[in-house]
Design a protein around this ligand. Sequence first.
Ligand code: UDP
Length: 265
Amino acid sequence: MDFQKPRYIPMSRRRRIYEGKAKVLYEGPEPGTLIQHFKDDATAFNAKKHEVIEGKGVLNNRISEYVFQHLNDIGVPTHFIRRLNMREQLIREVEIIPLEVVVRNVAAGSLATRLGIDEGTQLPRSIIEFYYKNDKLNDPMVSEEHITAFGWASPQEIDDIMALAIRVNDFLSGLFLGVGIRLVDFKMETGRLWENDVMRIVVADEISPDSCRLWDIKTNDKMDKDRFRRDMGGLVEAYTEVAKRLGIVAEGERPQGMGPVLVKG
Ligand code: UDP
């Protein structure tokens, strides 16, 4: 398929396939493709806390593009095709597996609370956890037993998902370490991609400071969504700093990309 020159579809005429808390999915220009649009909405605690943070969507689009493009380049299969504009990317349509896959390197968040471990404690090894994607149930943690018994994924698929999670963790840990950031933990999602009757599991959704815990190595400053969850402020500044360190936005550039401001007469 030729993805180089997609047919332009005006935003107003696009079919909306799904709207989530931070993103919208639209029908793509070719069969089997979708457009993933990043909104500025920030939610936490199962959407009980909600705010619009101007510029967040643009930053997450750019940071997630960077991560997914590099994963593609090193042979980790993802749904990502290419970024289209400041807020949108072209992706392959996949059947999302209803699991949030969390990989942890350092104790934080719900693990620290649940097991009574101080935040910041290095874990003896990386730990993979699964949560069942279900807002009504608050995304409960589940084991491989639940996943196979209820048919959310097969044992082989779980093996594939765990292998992907380890590769993504290795890549992301090195990437962030190289720019002075500690990857504490992150969440990823996966989907089934069919190509000529052959199915494979690919990394889907987004990987951004919304779905990772990123701490500055020197100061331990939080550069992720905990700034919003814990009312610390400075979220856009922190995400911009992540983008700058990765070399995605240049010094002085306004990644928020608000563009020209209309003067109202
Ligand atoms: N996470 C996420 N979406 C969720 C839940 C968690 O992206 O719905 C990410 C979160 O940003 C962190 C990791 O998964 O990087 C582990 O989150 P944790 O289980 O500690 O939950 P939290 O403390 O965020 O409630």
